[in-house]
Design a protein around this ligand. Structure first.
Ligand code: NAG
Ligand code: NAG
Ligand code: NAG
Ligand code: NAG
Ligand code: NAG
Ligand code: NAG
Length: 422
């Protein structure tokens, strides 16, 4: 019985790697800040305050994280609230969500400049949010694009000429990146505006490929969504990265795709092309749902394959992982142990992790695990047999994850590593 399990365990892991074609190592420029993720935990904070600008107390918490940013809900209750009246496009209100986020980024920059210094403060990069699939009405530049009837060709249309609209929340039409003017608009107008923002180092771009890889929330037939649009979008993302990099800004691209052999969702072609096209420009891959799957998975709320993440780590691609708390943690594990251990299996330079229960300020915390000292990895994650799973050695600890990726342990070598003296 054990032998069969072990053979299966090896086969599961070895076959996909062998089937995958050669990919070039990642050779893009490094972000313009040094990686400090081995001496202090490379934590990410990605919340938002729906009522307005964050308090000084909240900013003190945010500033403990190495990367900090705010999402589309920033100021939502005060300026971005939408009702049926506002969601039809014809009468859409210009909410200028760009401004809400820029205000938050500059308030945070002022906080960092004028509040007393603290050793707990680790922040190195600040980001704001943009959507990359739908021209949502609450971004003034996206709204300006679709409110001008001369731009109709920049959006997807049904066979009978009706615009394809995001229907789950009625926020706007889908960009058609097979259209050259749509590509130019995104790079020049949306990218151009970002290069003129003073207080950001990165930009989170939501849904680089959800439309192509995930369930389609629109009122057109799926036939309108083509692989050609995805190919062109990736070209656009390369141009956008080059433009932003020149201004010292790093895009964070949220994707649902996996390499050939470690597929994640049902994308029209594997991540290989996405990766190759962007392998020599500066960007982060972003995982919205963690990296805890053993197999391809398609359902909403699913996680990407660990093998995908391990491969990206080996290639040297910068990655930001968001993971939810583990609801099935059994003591002595905490709800953070498993997502943290999965991250540590793959961590390399410019890898960051944020663990939260959601996307509002209250869903984020400074977890005690962030104060522990893991140190540098002493090698790659290796497969182990007893019990079947993964292990990776660090200067400060040994990380073990079971083969089903459901249970993990982080064993510290000495007491000094358990609690960093801050
Ligand atoms: C959210 O914004 C409001 C209005 O500025 C402020 O009173 C509140 O303290 C903020 N909440 C947090 C968690 O920063
Ligand atoms: C739109 O707003 C007006 C004025 O507030 C309101 O009377 C009307 O019911 C709203 N229409 C819809 C469809 O929500
Ligand atoms: C748009 O707003 C105007 C002025 O408030 C109103 O008269 C008109 O009915 C609205 N149109 C739609 C389609 O909601
Ligand atoms: C997308 O744009 C291309 C180029 O303008 C056009 O040929 C194609 O019909 C458009 N597709 C849809 C679904 O609107
Ligand atoms: C989709 O919804 C939008 C907004 O209500 C509408 O303008 C458009 O005509 C619809 N498209 C189709 C194909 O039904
Ligand atoms: C699995 O969880 C238990 C706690 O229920 C823990 O004691 C054990 O070390 C874990 N096993 C591994 C391989 O991480």
């Amino acid at each position: 019985m054990i032998d069969v399990l072990m053979a299966l365990w090896y086969a599961l892991v070895v076959i996909p790697a062998a089937a995958s074609p050669q990919l070039p190592p990642y050779s893009g420029p490094k972000p313009p800040w040094p990686y400090r993720g081995y001496s202090r935990f490379p934590a990410v904070w990605f919340g938002q305050n729906r009522s307005g600008l964050d308090s000084a107390t909240e900013m003190a918490l945010e500033a403990k994280h190495q990367i900090v940013g705010w999402g589309w809900q920033q100021n939502y209750n005060t300026v971005g609230k939408y009702t049926a009246n506002h969601t039809k496009g014809t009468n859409g209100t210009y909410y200028q969500q760009e401004t809400s986020l820029a205000q938050m980024a500059s308030r945070f920059a002022a906080y960092l400049e004028f509040s007393p210094p603290s050793n707990a403060r680790q922040v190195q990069a600040t980001f704001v949010y943009r959507h990359m699939e739908v021209a949502e009405y609450y971004w003034s530049l996206a709204a300006a694009a679709f409110h001008d009837p001369r731009n109709a060709e920049m959006f997807l249309h049904s066979e009978d000429g009706k615009v394809c609209w995001k229907t789950n929340d009625m926020t706007g039409p889908f960009w058609n990146f097979s259209n050259a003017r749509a590509m130019d608009w995104f790079v020049e107008e949306i990218g151009g505006e970002l290069t003129r923002e003073a207080d950001i180092n990165a930009v989170f771009f939501d849904e680089t490929d959800w439309l192509y890889c995930g369930p389609v929330f629109n009122n057109c037939s799926h036939k309108t969504v083509t692989a050609d649009q995805y190919h062109h979008k990736i070209e656009m993302m390369r141009r956008l990265a080059v433009k932003l990099n020149a201004a010292g800004i790093w895009p964070i691209y949220s994707t649902f795709n996996g390499f050939q052999g470690t597929e994640y969702r049902n994308c029209p072609f594997p991540f290989d092309e996405y990766y190759r096209t962007l392998a020599d420009v500066g960007w982060f891959r972003f995982y919205e749902w963690g990296i805890g799957n053993t197999k391809p998975e398609g359902g909403p709320g699913s996680q990407a394959q660990i093998l995908q993440a391990l491969r990206e780590s080996e290639l040297g691609l910068p990655v930001i992982v968001h993971a939810y708390l583990d609801k099935d943690a059994k003591p002595p594990s905490t709800p953070r142990t498993l997502p943290l251990a999965l991250f540590l299996l793959a961590q390399t330079d410019y890898w960051y992790l944020g663990i939260s229960s959601g996307w509002n300020d209250k869903d984020w915390s400074w977890w005690p695990e962030y104060d522990q000292h893991y140190g540098k990895p002493l090698g790659r994650a290796t497969q182990i047999m007893d019990p079947p799973g993964w292990r990776r050695e660090f200067e400060g600890c040994t990380v073990t994850v079971t083969a089903d990726l459901k249970n993990a342990s982080i064993r510290f070598h000495s007491r000094e590593h358990v609690q960093l003296l801050v």
